[in-house]
Ligand binder design. Structure first.
Ligand code: HEM
Length: 493
């Protein structure tokens, strides 16, 4: 037998061995693993590919809701992950000090050297990291920038006025995104990105963030490939990331900010102060990462929330009118007089605020499950114990659409539920911002923006879809941002 024959035989044996090994692994995952009796799609029981295909299709949230309706509290969504909708799920996972799933590690931005609180999976380390960052987002810190938030929203309203005067259809979704990016610019760097000023998506930065969104959702499951191809120092140095537009823009604004001695007491200023006091705890590099995280996590999400409010309200005209009546009454009582309603006044509008909450329940801007790892000894939820190491995830959409938790009308937009007697018991299931140590640090920013802009829109505008029967479109990746529901704007006198 010659060398080639020997090579051929050993190559085929190796291939055969590989195939047998792989098949055995898949069979073991499907039939013999400790979670093999958890129901779910067949393919999901032995591979992550089912989940990834659903993410890329853009409807992972709806599919999981359907699966939970069919199978109950536990759904196997990958060979190593179980989605849980049990009433105790939030308490046992998000509110417990469990390790976060490895998926989060993708959030080291722009490459693996830049660990952020989001990418840190160990609860203690994550909390320690957040300690030097989170206070930039207290209500009082953000309200220091209220005047500048107002000015940004005024530029947004200026566009609405132009479209109202022209009586032309407006892609409101785009201008909402420009506004939320520019507001984050003001809060974090004391400077807008300039989207509203130019009335366009500069350098297609926002358009590209949709691709980044899909990429992050999927690549989190292939961390090493991501590091080899993209999230490494060489690519960062060359500045050639496909999703680099937003990063570049943020970097440019950050560099500008560092040179500006007259900048306000914004988030960066707070972080610089922390860096002065604890240089080993919050480095300048980490400040850059955090600025990127705020732009990445705090613009699309708020835009999704504002859109959800408007879309659902104008499709329920009685609700919109009731909100207008509430604001009119407030104006009569001397409130809501400013062009952009102040945060203090917006809080005096319980019905509008109920509508905001309901908008975030119906259309949570984060449609992915929030994965945690079952600890030593396993994790018992209800009558089931998931073994140590299982990824256990709670999906805000699954929880928000659960009829068991919210009642038979869970899938209907009904702001009244927030004003009813038993709401305190249900509120613990409202998790658009997550819950526990990993929950959104920017939620005050979001709540302030939402409170102000929704009250202002209700006060001063009538909005209707160009085609009232047309449903909006969206893709649920890491976040979910709708589009394609043009509207006519009318300014109220
Ligand atoms: C309606 C708007 C928003 C929603 C629905 C939202 C939701 C969320 C959710 C669900 C998480 C992940 C929780 C988890 O992993 O368990 C998160 C994380 C995060 N959000 Fe938000 N968010 C919003 C707005 C904002 C804003 C305005 C900012 C910044 C100013 C922000 C900054 C962040 C950051 C930095 C993280 C990662 C934090 C960490 O793990 O420490 N978010 N958000």
């Amino acid at each position: 037998m010659g060398f080639l024959d020997t090579f051929h035989v050993s190559w085929s044996s190796l291939t055969a061995l590989g195939v047998v090994g792989l098949l055995s692994l898949l069979v073991w995952r499907r039939y013999f693993s400790a979670i093999s009796d958890v129901p779910g799609p067949f393919a999901a029981s032995f591979t992550r590919l089912w989940h990834m295909q659903r993410i890329l299709k853009g409807d992972q949230n709806l599919e999981l809701i359907r699966l939970h309706e069919r199978h109950g509290h536990f759904v196997r969504m990958s060979y190593d992950e179980v989605s849980v909708s049990h009433p105790d799920a939030i308490k046992k996972t998000l509110l417990a000090p469990l390790r976060k799933g490895n998926w989060y590690k993708i959030h080291a931005l722009p490459d693996y050297r830049f660990q952020s609180p989001m990418s840190t999976t160990d609860p203690k380390k994550k909390v320690e990291k957040s300690k030097y960052i989170a206070a930039a987002y207290t209500v009082s810190s953000i309200l220091r920038s209220e005047e500048h938030i107002d000015r940004t929203f005024e530029s947004f309203l200026h566009w609405l006025d132009i479209y109202a005067a022209d009586k032309k259809p407006m892609d409101l979704n785009k201008f909402i995104s420009y506004a939320t990016f520019d507001v984050i610019g003001e809060i974090v760097f004391s400077k807008q990105f300039g989207f509203l000023e130019q009335g366009k998506d500069i350098g297609n930065a926002i358009g590209n963030s949709l691709a980044l969104n899909a990429y992050v959702a999927v690549a989190g499951y292939f961390r090493w490939i991501n590091i080899a191809l993209l999230a490494n120092p060489l690519v960062t140095w060359l500045s050639i990331m496909p999703m680099g537009h937003l990063f570049d823009l943020t970097k440019a604004v950050l560099t500008d900010r560092e040179k500006n001695p007259n900048a306000r007491y914004d988030a960066i200023q707070y972080w610089f102060k922390q860096n002065e006091r604890h240089p080993d705890k919050l480095t300048i590099r980490e400040i850059g990462t955090q600025a990127l995280a705020a732009v990445g996590a705090g613009s699309d999400t708020v835009a999704g929330g504002i859109q959800s409010f408007i879309y659902h309200m104008i499709r329920h005209p009685d609700t919109w009118r009731r909100a207008q009546a509430e604001v009119e009454e407030a104006v009569k009582n001397g409130l809501c007089k400013d062009r952009v309603v102040s945060y203090a006044d917006a809080q005096q509008l319980p019905f509008v605020q109920a509508c905001v909450k309901e908008a975030l329940r119906m259309f949570g801007p984060v449609p992915m499950g929030l994965p945690r790892i079952a600890p030593k000894g396993g994790l018992t939820i209800g009558d089931r114990t998931l073994p140590e190491g299982t990824i256990v995830s709670v999906n805000p959409w699954v929880i928000h659409y659960s009829k068991e938790l919210w009642g038979e009308d869970a899938d209907e937009f009904n702001p009244n539920r927030w004003l009813e007697g038993d709401i305190a018991a249900k509120e613990k299931y409202w998790i658009p911002f997550g819950a526990g140590y990993g929950s959104c640090p920017g939620q005050n920013v979001a709540k302030i923006e939402l409170a102000k802009i929704t009250s202002t829109l209700v006060k001063d505008y009538n909005i209707r879809q160009v085609d009232e029967k047309q449903e909006w479109k969206w893709k649920a990746y890491f976040t979910v941002v709708p589009h394609s529901w043009p509207v006519f704007i009318e300014k109220r006198t």
